[in-house]
Design a protein around this ligand. Structure first.
Ligand code: EPU
Length: 357
Protein backbone atom coordinates (compact mmCIF):
# COMPACT_ATOMS: atom_id res chain seq x y z
CA UNK A 1 0.00 0.00 0.00
CA UNK A 2 1.25 3.50 -0.85
CA UNK A 3 2.63 5.44 2.11
CA UNK A 4 1.76 9.15 1.90
CA UNK A 5 3.79 11.82 3.71
CA UNK A 6 1.59 13.45 6.36
CA UNK A 7 0.49 16.98 5.48
CA UNK A 8 0.74 19.89 7.88
CA UNK A 9 -2.88 19.52 8.99
CA UNK A 10 -2.84 15.83 9.75
CA UNK A 11 -2.46 12.41 8.22
CA UNK A 12 -4.82 12.99 5.29
CA UNK A 13 -3.30 13.06 1.79
CA UNK A 14 -3.42 16.33 -0.14
CA UNK A 15 -5.98 16.60 -2.94
CA UNK A 16 -3.32 15.79 -5.58
CA UNK A 17 -2.15 12.80 -3.58
CA UNK A 18 -5.73 11.60 -3.09
CA UNK A 19 -6.41 11.83 -6.79
CA UNK A 20 -3.23 9.85 -7.59
CA UNK A 21 -4.22 7.26 -4.98
CA UNK A 22 -7.71 7.06 -6.44
CA UNK A 23 -6.28 6.57 -9.93
CA UNK A 24 -3.86 3.91 -8.82
CA UNK A 25 -6.37 1.95 -6.70
CA UNK A 26 -8.23 0.58 -9.69
CA UNK A 27 -5.00 -0.43 -11.43
CA UNK A 28 -3.71 -3.92 -10.74
CA UNK A 29 -0.08 -4.97 -11.22
CA UNK A 30 1.13 -8.06 -13.08
CA UNK A 31 -2.16 -9.59 -14.13
CA UNK A 32 -2.38 -12.93 -15.93
CA UNK A 33 -4.27 -12.45 -19.21
CA UNK A 34 -5.17 -16.10 -19.94
CA UNK A 35 -8.76 -15.63 -18.66
CA UNK A 36 -9.13 -12.48 -20.77
CA UNK A 37 -8.43 -13.95 -24.22
CA UNK A 38 -10.48 -16.62 -26.00
CA UNK A 39 -7.33 -18.48 -27.13
CA UNK A 40 -6.63 -18.91 -23.41
CA UNK A 41 -2.92 -18.26 -23.95
CA UNK A 42 -0.85 -17.02 -21.02
CA UNK A 43 0.70 -13.53 -20.99
CA UNK A 44 1.22 -11.07 -18.18
CA UNK A 45 0.05 -7.44 -18.30
CA UNK A 46 2.32 -5.10 -16.35
CA UNK A 47 -0.79 -3.02 -15.45
CA UNK A 48 -4.47 -3.91 -15.77
CA UNK A 49 -7.65 -1.90 -15.17
CA UNK A 50 -11.19 -3.19 -15.16
CA UNK A 51 -13.17 -0.24 -16.57
CA UNK A 52 -16.78 0.11 -15.42
CA UNK A 53 -17.44 3.77 -16.26
CA UNK A 54 -16.23 6.69 -18.34
CA UNK A 55 -14.67 8.20 -15.22
CA UNK A 56 -12.70 5.05 -14.54
CA UNK A 57 -11.48 5.04 -18.14
CA UNK A 58 -10.35 8.66 -17.85
CA UNK A 59 -8.50 7.95 -14.61
CA UNK A 60 -6.80 4.85 -16.06
CA UNK A 61 -5.66 6.78 -19.15
CA UNK A 62 -4.34 9.58 -16.95
CA UNK A 63 -2.41 7.01 -14.93
CA UNK A 64 -0.90 5.62 -18.17
CA UNK A 65 0.01 9.14 -19.36
CA UNK A 66 1.73 9.94 -16.05
CA UNK A 67 3.74 6.74 -16.22
CA UNK A 68 4.28 6.92 -20.00
CA UNK A 69 2.72 3.51 -20.50
CA UNK A 70 1.32 2.23 -23.76
CA UNK A 71 -2.38 1.35 -23.54
CA UNK A 72 -4.28 -1.55 -25.03
CA UNK A 73 -8.08 -1.55 -24.95
CA UNK A 74 -9.50 -5.05 -24.50
CA UNK A 75 -13.10 -6.18 -24.96
CA UNK A 76 -14.10 -9.85 -24.91
CA UNK A 77 -10.57 -10.85 -25.99
CA UNK A 78 -12.00 -12.97 -28.80
CA UNK A 79 -10.06 -11.44 -31.66
CA UNK A 80 -6.60 -11.03 -30.15
CA UNK A 81 -3.50 -13.16 -29.77
CA UNK A 82 -1.06 -12.22 -27.03
CA UNK A 83 2.32 -13.20 -28.44
CA UNK A 84 4.28 -11.93 -25.44
CA UNK A 85 3.83 -10.22 -22.09
CA UNK A 86 2.33 -6.72 -22.31
CA UNK A 87 4.49 -4.02 -20.74
CA UNK A 88 1.83 -1.29 -20.66
CA UNK A 89 -1.72 -0.91 -19.30
CA UNK A 90 -4.58 -3.16 -20.42
CA UNK A 91 -8.00 -1.48 -20.08
CA UNK A 92 -10.63 -4.20 -19.89
CA UNK A 93 -13.85 -2.50 -20.95
CA UNK A 94 -16.78 -3.47 -18.77
CA UNK A 95 -19.21 -0.54 -19.08
CA UNK A 96 -22.69 -2.09 -19.19
CA UNK A 97 -26.22 -1.12 -20.19
CA UNK A 98 -28.73 -1.27 -23.04
CA UNK A 99 -31.25 1.54 -23.54
CA UNK A 100 -33.93 2.50 -26.04
CA UNK A 101 -33.54 5.93 -27.68
CA UNK A 102 -36.22 8.09 -29.30
CA UNK A 103 -37.08 6.81 -32.77
CA UNK A 104 -38.49 3.44 -33.79
CA UNK A 105 -36.09 0.58 -33.20
CA UNK A 106 -33.17 2.73 -32.03
CA UNK A 107 -31.19 0.98 -29.31
CA UNK A 108 -27.93 1.92 -27.64
CA UNK A 109 -25.62 -0.64 -26.05
CA UNK A 110 -22.56 0.11 -23.90
CA UNK A 111 -19.17 -1.21 -24.92
CA UNK A 112 -18.97 -3.89 -22.22
CA UNK A 113 -22.16 -5.67 -23.27
CA UNK A 114 -21.69 -9.09 -24.83
CA UNK A 115 -22.47 -9.08 -28.58
CA UNK A 116 -24.49 -12.29 -28.64
CA UNK A 117 -26.37 -11.17 -25.52
CA UNK A 118 -27.31 -7.98 -27.38
CA UNK A 119 -28.46 -9.91 -30.49
CA UNK A 120 -30.61 -12.15 -28.27
CA UNK A 121 -32.02 -9.12 -26.41
CA UNK A 122 -33.06 -7.52 -29.73
CA UNK A 123 -34.55 -10.79 -30.96
CA UNK A 124 -36.70 -11.00 -27.81
CA UNK A 125 -37.82 -7.36 -28.23
CA UNK A 126 -38.80 -8.06 -31.88
CA UNK A 127 -36.11 -5.74 -33.22
CA UNK A 128 -34.69 -7.38 -36.31
CA UNK A 129 -31.66 -7.29 -38.58
CA UNK A 130 -28.83 -8.92 -36.66
CA UNK A 131 -30.11 -12.53 -36.50
CA UNK A 132 -27.33 -13.59 -38.91
CA UNK A 133 -24.74 -12.32 -36.42
CA UNK A 134 -25.91 -14.53 -33.56
CA UNK A 135 -23.20 -16.28 -31.53
CA UNK A 136 -20.32 -14.13 -32.75
CA UNK A 137 -18.07 -13.96 -29.69
CA UNK A 138 -16.93 -10.62 -28.29
CA UNK A 139 -18.27 -7.33 -27.01
CA UNK A 140 -20.19 -4.35 -28.39
CA UNK A 141 -17.08 -2.17 -28.08
CA UNK A 142 -14.95 -4.52 -30.16
CA UNK A 143 -17.57 -5.24 -32.83
CA UNK A 144 -17.17 -1.98 -34.82
CA UNK A 145 -13.36 -2.13 -34.81
CA UNK A 146 -13.30 -4.96 -37.32
CA UNK A 147 -16.90 -4.54 -38.51
CA UNK A 148 -17.89 -8.07 -37.54
CA UNK A 149 -19.86 -10.00 -40.12
CA UNK A 150 -21.28 -13.40 -40.98
CA UNK A 151 -23.82 -15.01 -43.29
CA UNK A 152 -24.23 -12.00 -45.54
CA UNK A 153 -24.73 -9.33 -42.84
CA UNK A 154 -22.23 -7.06 -41.16
CA UNK A 155 -22.42 -4.72 -38.20
CA UNK A 156 -22.21 -1.58 -40.37
CA UNK A 157 -25.62 -2.30 -41.91
CA UNK A 158 -27.65 -1.23 -38.87
CA UNK A 159 -25.21 0.94 -36.97
CA UNK A 160 -26.27 4.58 -36.55
CA UNK A 161 -23.44 6.04 -34.53
CA UNK A 162 -20.72 5.37 -32.01
CA UNK A 163 -19.91 7.35 -28.92
CA UNK A 164 -16.16 7.39 -28.30
CA UNK A 165 -13.63 8.95 -25.95
CA UNK A 166 -10.92 10.84 -27.79
CA UNK A 167 -8.01 9.85 -25.57
CA UNK A 168 -5.77 12.67 -26.83
CA UNK A 169 -8.22 15.50 -26.18
CA UNK A 170 -10.04 13.80 -23.31
CA UNK A 171 -13.39 14.62 -24.91
CA UNK A 172 -16.37 12.49 -25.82
CA UNK A 173 -17.57 12.69 -29.42
CA UNK A 174 -19.71 10.69 -31.82
CA UNK A 175 -18.87 8.98 -35.09
CA UNK A 176 -21.56 8.56 -37.74
CA UNK A 177 -21.57 5.36 -39.76
CA UNK A 178 -19.87 7.17 -42.67
CA UNK A 179 -17.16 8.53 -40.38
CA UNK A 180 -16.35 4.98 -39.22
CA UNK A 181 -15.16 4.18 -42.81
CA UNK A 182 -16.31 0.58 -42.54
CA UNK A 183 -15.04 -2.05 -44.97
CA UNK A 184 -14.65 -5.82 -44.95
CA UNK A 185 -13.40 -6.56 -41.41
CA UNK A 186 -12.13 -3.00 -41.37
CA UNK A 187 -12.85 0.48 -39.97
CA UNK A 188 -11.04 3.74 -39.24
CA UNK A 189 -10.36 2.39 -35.72
CA UNK A 190 -7.97 -0.22 -37.12
CA UNK A 191 -5.91 2.48 -38.80
CA UNK A 192 -3.51 4.99 -37.25
CA UNK A 193 -6.00 7.87 -37.48
CA UNK A 194 -8.46 5.92 -35.34
CA UNK A 195 -6.17 4.59 -32.62
CA UNK A 196 -6.83 7.48 -30.25
CA UNK A 197 -10.55 6.67 -29.89
CA UNK A 198 -12.08 4.29 -27.35
CA UNK A 199 -15.59 3.06 -28.14
CA UNK A 200 -17.99 3.78 -25.25
CA UNK A 201 -21.30 2.76 -26.81
CA UNK A 202 -22.94 1.99 -30.13
CA UNK A 203 -26.43 2.89 -31.37
CA UNK A 204 -28.30 0.81 -33.89
CA UNK A 205 -31.51 1.23 -35.84
CA UNK A 206 -33.25 -2.12 -36.06
CA UNK A 207 -36.51 -2.99 -37.69
CA UNK A 208 -39.86 -4.08 -36.28
CA UNK A 209 -40.34 -5.87 -39.61
CA UNK A 210 -38.59 -9.11 -40.45
CA UNK A 211 -35.54 -8.40 -42.66
CA UNK A 212 -34.41 -11.86 -43.74
CA UNK A 213 -31.04 -12.11 -45.47
CA UNK A 214 -30.73 -15.60 -46.88
CA UNK A 215 -28.03 -14.85 -49.48
CA UNK A 216 -25.70 -17.29 -47.81
CA UNK A 217 -25.98 -20.78 -49.30
CA UNK A 218 -26.16 -22.68 -46.01
CA UNK A 219 -29.06 -20.50 -44.81
CA UNK A 220 -30.86 -20.68 -48.16
CA UNK A 221 -30.73 -24.47 -48.05
CA UNK A 222 -31.84 -24.76 -44.43
CA UNK A 223 -34.73 -22.27 -44.34
CA UNK A 224 -38.10 -21.77 -46.03
CA UNK A 225 -38.33 -18.72 -48.25
CA UNK A 226 -40.70 -16.88 -48.22
CA UNK A 227 -42.16 -17.29 -44.75
CA UNK A 228 -39.00 -17.58 -42.69
CA UNK A 229 -39.21 -16.04 -39.20
CA UNK A 230 -36.40 -14.10 -37.47
CA UNK A 231 -36.33 -16.77 -34.74
CA UNK A 232 -35.74 -19.48 -37.38
CA UNK A 233 -32.81 -17.51 -38.82
CA UNK A 234 -31.35 -16.92 -35.37
CA UNK A 235 -31.71 -20.60 -34.41
CA UNK A 236 -30.27 -21.82 -37.71
CA UNK A 237 -27.24 -19.52 -37.51
CA UNK A 238 -26.62 -20.75 -33.94
CA UNK A 239 -26.92 -24.36 -35.05
CA UNK A 240 -24.55 -23.94 -38.03
CA UNK A 241 -21.97 -22.09 -35.95
CA UNK A 242 -22.14 -24.67 -33.15
CA UNK A 243 -21.69 -27.52 -35.62
CA UNK A 244 -18.71 -25.99 -37.46
CA UNK A 245 -16.89 -23.66 -35.11
CA UNK A 246 -15.38 -24.65 -31.78
CA UNK A 247 -16.78 -23.04 -28.61
CA UNK A 248 -13.95 -20.95 -27.09
CA UNK A 249 -15.12 -22.05 -23.63
CA UNK A 250 -14.20 -25.62 -24.58
CA UNK A 251 -11.35 -25.17 -27.06
CA UNK A 252 -9.39 -21.92 -27.15
CA UNK A 253 -9.75 -20.09 -30.49
CA UNK A 254 -10.52 -16.71 -32.03
CA UNK A 255 -12.79 -17.69 -34.94
CA UNK A 256 -11.30 -17.00 -38.36
CA UNK A 257 -7.61 -16.36 -37.93
CA UNK A 258 -7.06 -14.82 -41.39
CA UNK A 259 -9.15 -12.51 -43.54
CA UNK A 260 -10.43 -13.85 -46.83
CA UNK A 261 -7.98 -12.50 -49.44
CA UNK A 262 -9.18 -10.19 -52.20
CA UNK A 263 -7.62 -10.72 -55.65
CA UNK A 264 -8.21 -9.39 -59.17
CA UNK A 265 -10.64 -11.30 -61.37
CA UNK A 266 -7.73 -12.05 -63.76
CA UNK A 267 -5.70 -13.60 -60.98
CA UNK A 268 -8.74 -15.59 -59.87
CA UNK A 269 -9.27 -16.95 -63.37
CA UNK A 270 -5.58 -17.90 -63.66
CA UNK A 271 -5.81 -19.72 -60.32
CA UNK A 272 -8.92 -21.56 -61.46
CA UNK A 273 -7.28 -22.79 -64.63
CA UNK A 274 -4.38 -24.10 -62.55
CA UNK A 275 -6.25 -25.48 -59.53
CA UNK A 276 -9.77 -26.21 -60.77
CA UNK A 277 -13.08 -24.91 -59.39
CA UNK A 278 -12.50 -22.46 -56.57
CA UNK A 279 -15.27 -20.69 -54.63
CA UNK A 280 -15.37 -16.91 -54.64
CA UNK A 281 -17.50 -14.04 -53.32
CA UNK A 282 -18.24 -10.79 -55.09
CA UNK A 283 -16.81 -7.64 -53.51
CA UNK A 284 -18.07 -4.09 -53.64
CA UNK A 285 -15.24 -3.17 -56.01
CA UNK A 286 -15.51 -3.95 -59.71
CA UNK A 287 -12.88 -6.42 -60.94
CA UNK A 288 -12.02 -7.80 -57.50
CA UNK A 289 -13.15 -11.07 -55.91
CA UNK A 290 -12.78 -12.53 -52.46
CA UNK A 291 -11.51 -16.11 -52.15
CA UNK A 292 -12.24 -18.08 -48.96
CA UNK A 293 -8.95 -18.49 -47.11
CA UNK A 294 -10.47 -21.65 -45.56
CA UNK A 295 -10.73 -23.24 -49.00
CA UNK A 296 -7.10 -22.41 -49.87
CA UNK A 297 -5.87 -23.75 -46.52
CA UNK A 298 -8.01 -26.86 -46.82
CA UNK A 299 -6.67 -27.50 -50.33
CA UNK A 300 -3.14 -27.10 -48.97
CA UNK A 301 -3.89 -29.85 -46.44
CA UNK A 302 -3.99 -27.76 -43.26
CA UNK A 303 -7.24 -28.97 -41.73
CA UNK A 304 -6.57 -30.85 -38.48
CA UNK A 305 -2.78 -30.34 -38.61
CA UNK A 306 -0.85 -29.56 -35.44
CA UNK A 307 2.29 -27.82 -34.37
CA UNK A 308 2.76 -28.98 -30.80
CA UNK A 309 -0.16 -27.66 -28.74
CA UNK A 310 -1.28 -25.31 -31.52
CA UNK A 311 -3.55 -26.87 -34.14
CA UNK A 312 -5.85 -26.20 -37.06
CA UNK A 313 -9.44 -27.11 -36.23
CA UNK A 314 -10.63 -30.39 -37.68
CA UNK A 315 -13.84 -28.95 -39.10
CA UNK A 316 -12.61 -25.56 -40.33
CA UNK A 317 -9.22 -24.79 -41.84
CA UNK A 318 -9.42 -21.07 -40.98
CA UNK A 319 -9.71 -21.62 -37.24
CA UNK A 320 -6.56 -22.08 -35.18
CA UNK A 321 -7.00 -23.65 -31.77
CA UNK A 322 -5.11 -23.98 -28.52
CA UNK A 323 -5.44 -27.69 -27.94
CA UNK A 324 -4.07 -27.30 -24.40
CA UNK A 325 -1.04 -25.47 -23.06
CA UNK A 326 -0.20 -23.47 -26.20
CA UNK A 327 1.27 -20.01 -25.86
CA UNK A 328 0.86 -17.14 -28.29
CA UNK A 329 4.12 -17.88 -30.04
CA UNK A 330 3.12 -21.51 -30.75
CA UNK A 331 -0.03 -20.26 -32.46
CA UNK A 332 1.79 -17.49 -34.29
CA UNK A 333 4.42 -19.89 -35.66
CA UNK A 334 1.71 -22.22 -36.93
CA UNK A 335 -0.09 -19.27 -38.56
CA UNK A 336 3.16 -18.16 -40.22
CA UNK A 337 3.74 -21.65 -41.64
CA UNK A 338 0.18 -21.71 -42.99
CA UNK A 339 0.52 -18.33 -44.56
CA UNK A 340 3.85 -19.11 -46.27
CA UNK A 341 2.46 -22.36 -47.67
CA UNK A 342 -0.45 -20.41 -49.25
CA UNK A 343 2.02 -17.87 -50.62
CA UNK A 344 4.13 -20.56 -52.28
CA UNK A 345 1.22 -22.68 -53.53
CA UNK A 346 -1.17 -19.98 -54.73
CA UNK A 347 0.88 -16.77 -54.74
CA UNK A 348 -1.55 -15.20 -52.24
CA UNK A 349 -0.56 -13.44 -49.00
CA UNK A 350 -2.87 -14.13 -46.07
CA UNK A 351 -3.42 -11.29 -43.62
CA UNK A 352 -4.42 -12.08 -40.00
CA UNK A 353 -7.88 -10.96 -38.97
CA UNK A 354 -6.85 -11.51 -35.37
CA UNK A 355 -4.95 -8.64 -33.73
CA UNK A 356 -1.45 -9.64 -32.61
CA UNK A 357 -0.40 -7.97 -29.36
N1 EPU B 1 -14.19 -24.29 -46.67
C1 EPU B 1 -13.28 -25.25 -46.94
N2 EPU B 1 -12.66 -25.86 -45.90
C2 EPU B 1 -12.91 -25.54 -44.61
C3 EPU B 1 -13.85 -24.54 -44.33
C4 EPU B 1 -14.49 -23.92 -45.38
O1 EPU B 1 -13.03 -25.57 -48.11
O2 EPU B 1 -12.28 -26.12 -43.73
C5 EPU B 1 -14.86 -23.61 -47.77
C6 EPU B 1 -16.37 -23.72 -47.65
O3 EPU B 1 -16.84 -24.85 -48.30
C7 EPU B 1 -16.84 -22.46 -48.34
C8 EPU B 1 -15.74 -21.47 -48.04
O4 EPU B 1 -14.58 -22.21 -47.66
O5 EPU B 1 -16.89 -22.64 -49.74
C9 EPU B 1 -16.11 -20.47 -46.96
O6 EPU B 1 -16.26 -21.12 -45.70
P1 EPU B 1 -17.27 -20.56 -44.60
O7 EPU B 1 -18.63 -20.61 -45.17
O8 EPU B 1 -17.05 -21.27 -43.34
O9 EPU B 1 -16.92 -19.02 -44.44
P2 EPU B 1 -15.52 -18.27 -44.26
O10 EPU B 1 -15.35 -17.38 -45.44
O11 EPU B 1 -14.42 -19.19 -43.91
C10 EPU B 1 -16.53 -16.19 -43.09
C11 EPU B 1 -16.15 -15.37 -41.90
C12 EPU B 1 -16.68 -16.03 -40.63
C13 EPU B 1 -18.18 -16.17 -40.75
C14 EPU B 1 -18.48 -17.03 -41.98
C15 EPU B 1 -19.95 -17.19 -42.21
C16 EPU B 1 -14.07 -14.28 -42.54
C17 EPU B 1 -12.58 -14.23 -42.40
N3 EPU B 1 -14.69 -15.23 -41.85
O12 EPU B 1 -15.83 -17.42 -42.96
O13 EPU B 1 -16.41 -15.17 -39.55
O14 EPU B 1 -18.73 -16.77 -39.59
O15 EPU B 1 -17.91 -16.40 -43.14
O16 EPU B 1 -20.45 -16.06 -42.82
O17 EPU B 1 -14.63 -13.46 -43.23
C18 EPU B 1 -14.84 -14.69 -37.88
O18 EPU B 1 -14.68 -13.62 -38.44
O19 EPU B 1 -14.19 -15.00 -36.84
C19 EPU B 1 -15.74 -15.64 -38.47
C20 EPU B 1 -15.90 -16.86 -37.97
Amino acid sequence: MACWPTSAIGIFPTRAQASALNRASQIQRRVQLAPYNSFGVPAVAAYFANIGSLDELRRALEFARDKRLSVQILGGGSNVLFVKDYEGLICHMNIRGISHLPGPGVVRASCGENWHGFVSYCMNKSLHGYENLALIPGSIGAAPIQNIGAYGVDLAQFLVELEVLDSERDTVRSFSRAECEFGYRDSIFKRRAGHRYVVLSASFELSARNLPNLDYQALKEALPNPGVTPRQIYDTVCRIRRSRLPDPAELGNAGSFFKNPVVSRDKYQALQSEHGEMPSYATEEEGLVKIPAAWLLDRAGWKGRRRGPAAVHEKHALVLVNSGGANGEDILLLAQEMSSSIQSQFGIGLVPEVQLI
